[in-house]
Design a binder for this molecule. Structure first.
Ligand code: ADP
Length: 595
């Protein structure tokens, strides 16, 4: 399976700080008030935690050493209040940050979706659609996590940690220094872990999206899977992927949890040493225990935020890898933009002219200096053996791709210099495989022209010979179709896609005739619908039916990317050595009309 060739943006996408800056720049302002409120809550959490450690000194010294009963109530009440405050602040920050996080996910989903739609067909040819979908889903959470981790860790954990550190230093400076001497080796070890985690995470996202992609593809092509009894083979392939994904997930767990033994060992060592030293001082130097208790409380309380801070880099690595993958997708440039001098296309006769057009998908030339004219209001049929380049010609007209050389003109205007929007508005397209989207029958027809009224939709359906079977559906025009909708026959689906083209009412119709066999009745209905769609329009049709070719005003015969013959049926059929005459003779005796 190929992985999508997503090129990374050269600038600013690499370092964690680069990504971080970009995420904050894109989301910080939008949620400034929310973040300010969350930060206020986090400050309360940090200060109340530090206060609990600080007050230990007073409670121990006043209550136990000085026996001041009058102060006990006040001190204990203040501790109670600190806890209550912390509880509410915790609730507040969690709710606010979740809300912001959900909003970030929603916005990036929308952004990714609309960006994907702008990318050229070339990108989708290179990438597996199911794979892209899976990757987007996994990676967007990275952006949210980066923001939330940054806020919670820097504000709550760092602030709590610093405040507790302050308490420790104030209560016992010497002991504090002893504790912090041990920190550098720990940081070094954590750095090592996070580096390895970076590669592991990228790996895992890739494997996971392959798994999800493979499953989705199987579901989409389930009929083929069953018909070719591919179940066993696919199962073996997917289970191999699943096992790899499992191993990767385990590797990530091992790596990220590796911080636990490191930090615990460190903490155990520090706490035991401090206790030993303090006990020694209390026993031999008779120092009042309040300051020491406050110090130990601060030390113990500092452990949690310190541990979280230590893991921060590791978690951040994971989130940043995901975020970076999303940005790589979002930074992909749509391959062709409108030319700077692009004007709207003005259609008068809808005459299409190919002038020495050459084209290659990669290095292999597919069209070689193709020239022909599709006259306005007439039907031009493209015929020729499979692989001759007929479909490619059709894809060049809406500018799904741009020619490598030559020009395509519509009413004398080079389509490379008109806006894509205005160009595509003048085109309707009926593909070989009618595609129905999730939604009602009415929605599916209306995709042809979003501002079409219900009457327009119905009119188009009547012209496409679809009205009768639509009203026979359980909910008529509102019957859902698509993945979870009613089952329509091949002919019915084709007539819906013809109705979609008809409602668009565009002067140019691009048509890829279906080759799949329909029953005679469906076939006749589809043919009548097509005749209706073709009347009065400039039609470029990849013809498979003899009747279409015979009635076409012009036939362009293609072979290996070149136009080899041009004319109408009568003249071309008479050329003894012509390719068309040969194809025509081959097809006729079998009464099969497929070119
Ligand atoms: P026809 O419609 O006449 O059968 P096509 O235009 O589909 O011919 O194909 C012409 C040539 O271009 C074929 O050799 C085909 O393999 C190649 N081709 C078609 N589509 C693509 C694509 N998306 N990427 C790469 N090569 C393609």
């Amino acid at each position: 399976m190929r992985s999508p060739k997503i090129q990374s943006k050269p600038v600013n996408s690499d370092g964690v700080t680069g990504i971080l800056k970009r995420i904050i720049a894109e989301n910080g302002r939008e949620h400034a008030w929310g973040y300010a409120a969350a930060i206020a809550c986090l400050v309360i959490i940090a200060l109340s935690t530090a206060y609990t450690a600080w007050i230990m000194k007073s409670i121990i010294n006043e209550a136990f050493a000085n026996r001041r009963a009058d102060l006990v109530g006040v001190i204990c009440l203040s501790i109670f209040i600190a806890f209550v405050l912390r509880g509410f602040a915790s609730y507040g920050q969690a709710v606010i940050l979740s809300k912001i996080g959900n909003n970030i996910v929603a916005r990036y989903q929308q952004r990714a979706y609309s960006h994907l739609m702008k990318l050229s067909l070339g990108f989708f040819n290179q990438s597996r659609s199911a794979h892209i979908v899976a990757q987007v889903g996994q990676n967007i959470s990275g952006i949210r996590d980066v923001m939330n981790l940054t806020i919670t860790s820097t504000v709550r954990d760092l602030l709590t940690f610093v405040a507790l550190l302050g308490v420790m230093i104030l209560q016992d400076p010497l002991l504090s220094i002893a504790v912090f001497i041990t920190a550098p080796p720990l940081l070094y070890a954590l750095r090592y872990v996070s580096k390895r985690l970076r590669t592991a995470t990228r790996d895992a996202v890739n494997v996971n999206s392959h798994v999800a992609g493979a499953m989705q593809e199987t579901m989409q092509g389930i009929a083929i899977v069953k018909a070719f009894t591919m179940e066993g083979e696919l199962e073996a392939k997917v289970s191999k992927l699943v096992r790899t994904a499992e191993q990767r997930a385990n590797r990530i767990a091992r790596l990220s949890e590796r911080t636990a033994p490191l930090t615990e060992t460190f903490a155990g060592f520090v706490v035991a040493s401090v206790l030993a030293y303090a006990a020694y001082r209390s026993i031999y130097q008779n120092i009042p225990p309040g300051g020491f208790f406050s110090f130990v409380t601060a030390l113990l309380l500092a452990y949690d935020p310190a541990r979280r801070l230590a893991r921060l880099q590791v978690q951040m690595e994971r989130a940043v890898v995901n975020a970076r993958m999303i940005y790589e997708l979002l930074d992909m440039q749509p391959h062709q933009r409108d030319a700077t001098d692009a004007k709207p296309l003005v259609v008068t006769d809808a005459r299409i002219e190919f002038r020495n057009v050459s084209f290659a998908y990669g290095d292999d030339e597919v069209l070689n200096s193709v020239s022909f004219v599709a006259d306005g209001g007439k039907t031009t049929a493209l015929v020729g053996p499979s692989g001759a380049g007929k479909s490619t010609i059709i894809t060049l007209i809406p500018r799904f791709y741009d020619p490598k050389a030559g020009e395509i003109l519509i009413d004398g205007q080079d389509i490379a210099h008109v806006t894509k929007q205005s160009l595509r508005e003048q085109l309707a397209y009926v593909s070989q495989q009618p595609y129905l989207f999730e939604g009602s029958i009415r929605d599916n027809i209306r995709y042809g022209r979003p501002d079409a009224t219900d009457a327009d939709v119905e009119h188009a359906a009547r012209l496409a010979y679809a009205h009768d079977f639509i009203v026979a559906q359980p909910q008529g025009y509102d019957t859902p179709v698509g993945e979870n909708g009613v089952t329509l026959s091949g002919g019915q689906r084709q007539r819906l896609s013809i109705a979609r083209a008809l409602v668009r009412n565009a002067p140019i119709l691009l048509l890829d005739e279906a080759t799949s066999a329909l029953d005679t009745e469906s076939e006749a209905a589809v043919q009548k619908a097509l005749d209706e769609a073709m009347t009065g329009r400039t039609v470029v049709v990849i013809a498979h039916r003899l009747s279409t070719v015979v009635r076409a005003d012009k036939i362009v015969v293609m072979q290996q990317g070149r136009v080899v013959e041009e004319g109408n049926h009568d003249t071309l059929a008479k050329r003894i050595d012509g390719l068309y005459a040969r194809l025509n003779n081959l097809q006729r005796p079998a009464a099969s009309d497929i070119y």
